[in-house]
Design a protein around this ligand. Structure first.
Ligand code: SF4
Length: 294
């Protein structure tokens, strides 16, 4: 009777190791694909990996490190954390982890916590101001230290959540781009995990046993609208598996002539003489070009 667990346990462990290997491979593949699709990293780049201590940024760093070891191009990685001076922030956790792994890192110390708690009335969500201040501190450090790319740990489900938040509450069709130039024009921000599912990242972080630091030390309430959208997406996914992936694919498969944005598509000249002339000119040019190539 007692022999049974001994037989079963190694089998379970073997299966778990196999699944973890598959998951790691999938995340590496998706990150590598996003980097290639959006030209995120080039030879000679110095990539600042923004590390908050949450599951997403640990996973991003881990996957980028393994891709760096095999990449055909040479690029530098530096992990940067902002110590916002929240009460109870375990300052030793990240330096210890990064030192053990031999990852170059820097900790920026800036008391954004006091500013946020002073400016935002009690009981209100602080995340928006907190993120703005955090971004400012990180961008400032990047500019002073020759960083060419700033990597953020947002994933596919963050992109989808932002898409629906903008649609429901801002009346605009926009999400979170995998690559962008910062508002001040000085930085290129990349999101290498744009293709990765949050549940995969959570499983990976558990398997790798990252020393997670919670992001609620400040006592802020999580954004309720974002929470509601996230619940909606989970429910859809539960009822119709694969729906999130389909919506995500739609974000990369836009047909401006089938929407109603007059800035994106010239509806006004459709069917007018001017429009017809322009269409003729396009057709003629296209014909000339194909003649030239033949
Ligand atoms: S939970 Fe706290 S630390 Fe995290 S973004 Fe919001 S205000 Fe900032």
């Amino acid at each position: 009777m007692s022999a049974q667990p001994e037989v079963v346990q190694p089998e379970i462990a073997r299966k778990q190791a196999y699944e973890a290997g598959k998951l790691a491979k999938r995340l590496r593949h998706q990150v590598g694909q996003a980097i290639a699709d959006f030209g995120m990293i080039e030879d000679g780049d110095k990539v600042m990996v923004c590390l908050s201590g949450g599951k997403d940024s640990y996973t991003m760093l881990d996957v980028l490190l393994s891709l760096q070891a095999k990449a055909p191009v040479r690029f530098e990685l530096i992990a940067v954390n902002l110590d916002q001076k929240q009460p109870g922030f375990p300052q030793h956790v990240l330096p210890q982890y990064l030192t053990e792994r031999g990852v170059p890192f820097h900790i920026i110390e800036q008391d954004t916590y006091s500013t946020v708690t002073r400016v935002i009335p009690e009981g209100k969500t602080m995340c928006s101001l907190c993120s703005r201040l955090r971004r400012g501190a990180l961008y400032h450090w990047a500019a002073a230290n020759g960083v060419t790319k700033i990597a953020l740990g947002h994933h596919r489900d963050d992109i989808l959540g932002t898409f629906f938040l903008n649609m429901f509450y801002q009346g605009s069709l926009k999400a979170m781009p995998p690559k962008l130039r910062s508002d001040d024009g000085r930085h290129v921000v990349i999101r290498p995990m744009a293709y990765c599912k949050e549940s995969d990242i959570a499983d990976y972080a558990t398997h790798r046993q990252f020393p997670i630091i919670p992001c609620n030390l400040c006592g802020s309430q999580e954004n309720l609208q974002r929470k509601a959208v996230s619940r909606m997406l989970h429910e859809w996914e539960r009822q119709h598996p694969g729906r999130s992936e389909t919506i995500f694919r739609a974000l990369g498969n836009v047909a401006p002539s089938q929407l109603v944005d007059r800035q994106l598509f010239d509806f006004a000249s459709l069917g007018t003489r001017e429009g017809a002339q322009r269409a003729d000119a396009h057709a003629w040019l296209a014909g000339t070009e194909s003649d030239n190539h033949s």
